[in-house]
Ligand binder design. Structure first.
Ligand SMILES: [Zn+2]
Length: 302
């Protein structure tokens, strides 16, 4: 299998979930071995690049934020990262004229659509994966995440919320381009009406609306069209996990399981994995693209 980038540059405009500001994003083809690299076009070139890597994660409340050595940040990267993982894109420059990836409709489907429109180009270099050799586990209270050996990428997630709209949900998927698109990409982020009010009072979620999140108030969903999947919540947690895990810098060959987890534990899991030299190795990828993805965690996804 060979590395991939997109065939043509492609633009979109959207709103930052937290800033509420309009952001322009441009995906551009990148040479082999570049990886996914964010570029802040509103800043000096010298300091503008932020590679999408696990060790640059600086903030995990309400989304995953990356910060480079110059203190330059890019926020809410997880849904775009998830789409790039799901589409099997290894190398791309993501230009942004602000500090936040646009939220679009709260899922990764609009990003997948952009990638589809841009087309995919195979490159000369072989594609590599990170093979999990030993089980790694991170927990905090009743939340936990694991990575275990498996010969494909699998994601399993379970959540439990004290509202009948969500309650207990679990989801398990062998992730490849087809299953990602069909089962995960359309699942939107979600939040609870009282918490949205609280976040707004703190200057967060300014761009949040029923157009880009499922909002739950008591025992009902406020969005007029209802849910896209009966278990849309746990599917979104799985979508988030696929995106957070792609910050490993390569597709993962292994099984991820998450229970009530979120961006923080997902990042701690990668840190635990890479701290253990015997727990993983880099291997040439010989089979399907991203083989599995799945879980979703609890904690408010908004
Ligand atoms: Zn999310």
């Amino acid at each position: 299998m060979l590395q991939t980038t997109i065939r043509n540059s492609i633009n979109c405009t959207g709103t930052g979930l937290h800033s509420g500001e309009t952001v322009r994003m441009c995906l551009r083809p990148a040479p082999a071995a570049t990886g996914i690299v964010f570029v802040r076009t509103d800043l000096e070139r010298r300091i503008a690049k932020v590679p999408a890597m696990w060790d640059l994660v600086t903030e995990t409340t309400l989304g995953t934020t990356l910060t480079n050595e110059h203190g330059v940040s890019v926020a809410t990267v997880e849904h775009l990262m998830s789409a790039l993982a799901g589409a099997g894109i290894d190398n791309v420059f993501v230009e942004l004229d602000g500090r936040e990836v646009p939220i679009m409709d709260g899922s990764s489907a609009p990003f997948l659509f952009l990638i589809d429109c841009a087309g995919i180009r195979r490159q000369e270099s072989p594609r590599t994966a990170i093979e999990i050799l030993e089980t790694v586990r991170v927990e905090e209270g009743d939340k936990w995440v694991t990575l275990e050996p498996a010969d494909r990428f699998e994601v399993s997630f379970s959540i439990d919320f004290p509202t009948p709209v969500i309650a207990s949900q679990s989801f398990d998927l062998v992730v490849n381009e087809e299953t990602y698109k069909a089962e995960l990409a359309r699942a939107r982020t979600f939040g609870f009406a009282p918490e949205v009010d609280y976040l707004r009072s703190r200057g967060l979620a300014r761009g949040g609306s029923l157009d880009n999140a499922v909002v739950i108030d008591g025992d009902r969903v406020l969005n007029e069209g209802g849910l896209r999947f009966e278990d849309e919540f746990v599917r979104h947690k799985a979508l988030d996990a696929v995106g957070d895990l792609y910050l490993a810098g390569a597709p993962i060959l292994g099984r991820y399981t998450g229970h009530k987890a979120g961006h923080a534990l997902n990042n701690r899991l990668l840190r635990a994995l890479f701290a253990e030299a015997d727990a993983w190795r880099t291997v040439p990828m010989t089979r399907g693209v991203v083989r599995s993805a799945a879980p979703a965690f609890a904690a408010v996804a908004l």
